[in-house]
Design a protein around this ligand. Sequence first.
Ligand SMILES: [Zn+2]
Length: 425
Amino acid sequence: MAVLETILERLHDIRAIDTHEHLWDESYRLEHPGDWTLLFYHYGITALQMAGMSAAETDELYADATPHARKWEIFSRYYPAARNTGYLRAARIAIRDLYGIEEVTSDSMEELTVRIREAVQPGFHHWVLTERAGIDCAWVNCFDRDANEDRYPVRDWGDTALLRPALYANDLIHPSGYGLISGATGLDTATLGDWLGAIDAYFARYAPQCAAVKISLAYSRPLAFDPAVPRARAEALYAQHRAESLDNAAARPLEDYLFYHVLRRAADHGLPIQLHTGLYSGANRLNAYALRDNVKDVAELAIAHPECTFIMLHIAYPFQDELVMAARQVSNLYAEMSWAWVVDPVAAAQFTAQMLVAAPMNKLLGFGGDYAWVENTYGHLQIARQGMARALAGLVTDCGWSLEEACEAGWYALRGSAEALAGGR
Ligand SMILES: [Zn+2]
């Protein structure tokens, strides 16, 4: 058998640990089974908008009340030009493999809806993730919010063996959701001292079930955090923020102060810190100037804090070459590939090869779906395994690696590196 096919087969046998997802709990999906457009929603929406779909068409395409013929009219305007992208390929692969439909057409869309509704029954997540995708555990940063629209740092949903929470710390660092945190800890949040105590109590309660801490503040500020903000300055800003809800720029010293508090708690509880780095999600959001310093900022943070473990999500795309340099130079900094295999599968495969010749194998966390719906995660993992196999086959044919060495690197990327880093050690 050719090297590529052999490696791909071996990668399919590796039970994966998926290091970044936004998956809803199965109970939520059972209430929202969706129609044929569902798998073209998360990231698919961006691909279709990049191809020209307007905001009004977007709303109509995904509204429950829109007749399917009208949905098809909108979808078919943009799909032919956008179906080449990783975003839509992940959906197409899932629809083919899980629902037995080769291509979505005006004839097959109704049948796809029927098959989705038939499949979404109790046990659906286990079937897609465990049986079909070969995922043993996914680290999940949930989108769910409480009745006050505050986002849960950890959603206590139950199935933490399969969907293991990442503690989402944005709203601890830029304080919000005071009622949610008070409810979870039984503590007041009136002063900065109260808030620090509530963060400690929140970690004490939830960290043992978590895999990591997740922070996506790169969407709103640089990842350089001032380590020397005086306590009195943070206290005054907390009081002001509590009263009038400051924006990120105005609250920055407070964020800096609280960020280092969260770092200390992550270290105490043995949780690695996952930082969003690189491109922003959504069409027409670029901000390339802001994200170009992500690698430098996180690498300096990691060197200053050897007691913490830092995971840079999404290969810091499009600055993945810099990430190769940082992950090979800094012992407590790791490169993570969620989202990357659907953003730019060619760059992701190239990055994998570069990492594996430049850095130790345990520095590469090779897959995270970064999706809300499990079918998309399945499709994404197929693209990842194919790209990883291409990268590894190249190391065998061009760089003198043995087949066994290549397969061992695949095991680290899909499982071993994550297993070694997960919290609760
Ligand atoms: Zn994400």
